[in-house]
Design a protein around this ligand. Structure first.
Ligand code: RB5
Length: 157
C-alpha cells in the first residue's frame, strides 16, 4: 500500500463520518492527521479542502481524504492547488480507477450522499489501488499543463 500517512478534512456536515473513517483508516496502521472541524457549527469547506491539499502538495502526507455534504465543494477547493488530483466519488469503482488511471492523491465523498459502509468501501478501493503509469501519464501531464499554462498544446492540433 502506497499510503503510510494521510490528512483528513471535513466540514460541519461530516464530523461523525470523518471520525468513523479516521478510526477505520488508523486500524489499518495508517497515520491520519485531522485538519477538519470537530464542531457541528457551520464551517466553510474550502478551509479543510485547502489544508489537506496543501499538505499533500508539500509532501507532508502521502494523500488525503475529504468529506463534506456532497464531496463536491471540498474537492473543487482542493483541486485548485497545483499538483492535486482530487476525485469525488459515490462508489468504489471510480475510486479504484481514479488511482490506477488518474493517480489521484485525494479522495472525497459526501456524508449526505453515501452511508458509512459505502464510504469505507470507497476508502478501501482507493487505498488499495496502485497507479499504473504508462499511457496514463501522458494524460496526467496534459492535466498539469492546463493547470500550469491555462492552455493545452494538444488541443490546438
Ligand atoms: C454545506 O451545506 C454543503 O454545501 C457542503 O457540505 C457541501 O455539500 C458543498 O459542496
Amino acid at each position: 500500500m502506497a499510503f503510510k500517512k494521510l490528512a483528513i478534512g471535513n466540514d460541519h456536515t461530516a464530523v461523525d463520518m470523518k471520525n468513523e473513517i479516521m478510526a477505520y483508516v488508523r486500524e489499518m496502521g495508517i497515520e491520519v492527521i485531522n485538519v477538519g472541524t470537530d464542531s457541528p457549527e457551520r464551517f466553510n469547506y474550502p478551509v479543510s479542502g485547502y489544508k489537506v491539499a496543501r499538505m499533500v502538495a508539500d509532501g507532508e502526507v502521502d494523500g488525503g481524504i475529504l468529506i463534506c455534504g456532497t464531496g463536491v465543494g471540498i474537492s473543487l477547493s482542493a483541486n485548485k492547488v497545483h499538483g492535486i488530483r482530487a476525485v469525488v466519488c459515490s462508489e468504489p469503482y471510480s475510486a479504484r480507477l481514479s488511482r490506477q488511471h488518474n493517480n489521484t492523491n485525494i479522495v472525497a465523498f459526501g456524508a449526505r450522499v453515501v452511508g458509512i459502509e459505502t464510504a469505507k468501501d470507497i476508502v478501501d478501493a482507493w487505498l488499495g489501488a496502485e497507479y499504473e503509469g504508462s499511457r496514463h501519464q501522458v494524460r496526467i501531464d496534459m492535466i498539469e499543463e492546463i493547470g500550469r499554462t491555462q492552455h493545452l498544446a494538444a488541443a490546438k492540433a
